[in-house]
Structures are given as C-alpha cells and as structure tokens.
Ligand binder design. Sequence first.
Ligand code: ATP
Length: 140
Amino acid sequence: MAIPTKLALEIVTPDRALVRADVDELQVPGSEGYLGILPGHTPLLSSLTVGELWYRVGQERHYLAIAGGFVEVLPDRVTVLAQIAERAQDIDVARAEAARKRAEERLARPSGELDFERARIAMMKSLIRLQVASRARTRV
Ligand code: ATP
C-alpha cells in the first residue's frame, strides 16, 4: 500500500471541534514525552499531558495549548481528544498570567500535598498557555 503523504488531523474537546485540517506533520504532548508524527506512522494510542501541540501545513506551523486527553494515530489520520485545548490566537494572556501568579503563591505556601499537586498542574498549564500564546504562526 502506498505511504500517505498527508494526515487528516482532527482536534476536539468535549465542547467544541477546534481543528480539522490535512497536515504534513505534527507533534503532540504524550504522557511519556513529545511524539512526532509523520504520514505513514504506525498506529498507536497514547494519553496526553499538559503541553504544546503543533501541526505543520506546508511552511506554516500552528500551535495549541493542550491539557490531558488522548491521541489516536493511524497512518493517514490523527484524532486528538483533548480535555482542554486552546489555539494560540485564542489564549487570554492576562488570564494565564494571573493563573501563573496564583499558582506561584500556592506553591510557595501549599496547604497540603493535594494543594501542592493542584498548584503544580495549574502552574504548568499557565506556563504552557503563555509559551503557546507567544508563538505567532512561525514559518519553518
Ligand atoms: P483559570 O484559573 O484562569 O480559570 P484554569 O487552568 O483553571 O484557568 P481550565 O480549567 O484549564 O482553566 O479551563 C477552563 C476553560 O477555560 C477551558 O475551556 C479553557 O480552554 C479556558 N481557558 C483557561 N485559561 C484560558 C486562557 N488563558 N485563555 C483562553 N482560554 C482559557
């Protein structure tokens, strides 16, 4: 069978469909580390962690912030079922900055182990949002 040249990418969250595009390449934040995916990839299923997702169409990369969920990879198709996802251009930077400050204060004075873990995740989410928001669509 011929190797596919594009991947049909779909990114959805429980409340909306965010992306449907034919892409050349993408990278997703797998729980075991970042996964780079090209057309023809071996089928796999992975859970996702808090991180940056990008996909490339021609010379353009598009970025999203992701927090949790699953990715299903097939040779010609990738489906991302994200718990939470935002496109770079939709991120509210002031809100992410406020969340980062709150998480920082809680990490400095946690009121227990659970609170520390929640604050750590909130900190990671806010840092990823700030990182993704700072990326204009870049040419590669
Ligand atoms: P906050 O403390 O600012 O509410 P959070 O990390 O608790 O942030 P989440 O529970 O991750 O927020 O997300 C709740 C909803 O708000 C999701 O739909 C998410 O996409 C959206 N959201 C959260 N932060 C931002 C942001 N900075 N910009 C755009 N959308 C955001």
